[in-house]
Design a protein around this ligand. Sequence first.
Ligand code: OOG
Ligand code: NI
Length: 462
Amino acid sequence: MATQYVSEHIVRSYFTDAMSHMYREEVPAYAGLVDLVDEVNDRVLAGNLDLASQIESEGGQETLRAERHGAIRIGKAEELNILRRAFAIMGMFPVGYYDLSVAGLPVHSTAFRPVKADALAENPFRVFTSLLRLERIEDDELRAVAEEILSERQIVSDRAVELIEQAEKQNGLTRADAREFVAEMLETFRWHSTANVDHKTYQKLKSQHPLIADIVSFKGPHINHLTPRVLDIDAAQAMMPEKGLNPKETIEGPPLRKSAILLRQTAFKALTEKVEFPDQQGASDAGEHTARFGEIEQRGVALTAKGRGLYDELLANAKNRASSGDGLYEDLLVEEFSKFPDGWDELREQELAYFSYILKVVPSCEGKIEPGASFDLKQLIADGVIEAKPITYQDFLPVSAAGIFRSNLSSDDSDLYASDSNQEQFEKDLGTAVLDPFELYEKQQLASIRECQDRFMNVLAE
Ligand code: OOG
Ligand code: NI
């Protein structure tokens, strides 16, 4: 009998589940956030039967409760490269390039995520992955120290590397190997309460940028947050203080709307945790480090380049007006976004968002497709023969990501810096080009139109 390999989705689900358990144990406040999310979601579902049946059809509670994303920060090209290979085995591929230099952050990033619609439906877990840009450490001596420390570390175990090579060669893993692989990968993302550097080096790195200290001072890229899906992010944000969680000041992304767009997210601020710093004498020095937090997200429709242009413009207006004292950011955001059409039909007709089209089968289209009729998408939608379903946004937003980083780095620097994007170098380090998110949504929309067209022709031929 041929050896049976498990699907990438299964490996990814093992991984999501294992990360969730580990992080809830490592960070009890995160377990508290998960409880809060369950409470909010239960309440929303009890009051919205349509949504409840939709969630049921998408896999029910188990799918709803699985985390949507997490984030890590890594130090060198080899780490990015080996993680790219590890994530591929879980069916996660690099999508998008995020230049965070505009927010004064010494990293650039991508998101490893499933790409195809069926894979996303199985389990959409994504890992936002940021690579340190050593060249942004100004002090030559300190840069050399950081480089030296990073050059010595190996974040993926020898056994994990073996399993990665095996999976690549045979194009899959058996269930037992998949379990072992996930257990090995968990070690990569585990927290280390003892640092890799002495206290003085840590302080120096931190004074350059807290992010540099977080990346360089530890044995590996600890998972710094996980993010479940919440069905009412405004309610969850309001409830955090009463659950003993300290939320960031504002929800990132667009304001609350009838037709949700892109991504709204918020977090409780990173905790300050005890860390031991080894010294030259083999003893250690007690200190602390602030990095780990918990986040929640709520997603809406993916926007076209045109829609995204409008989103970026309105968001920038709200931010600029708030910083010049024009009013409260939340109020200004709502005011600015009144210029963004709020209804699925408008979003579709003005080509601001992506939709997936479905030709309804008989009897609903009976009598509506006349012999000899031509395929007119607009007309068929108007006639109720074709249904347009919003395509969910699967990616991240650089301005939001910068806001999440900042609220967790004990730095309130919100200035904008000149862009210093270097996608070419990032892709060289990654070992492949990142996928373009707009192209992915475009393709999905187009494929759905083609399928409608084929089915339409079949109905005509009947
Ligand atoms: C990543 C922050 C970005 C998001 O959801 O936008 C992020 C980090 O803090 O490492 O996770
Ligand atoms: Ni996040």
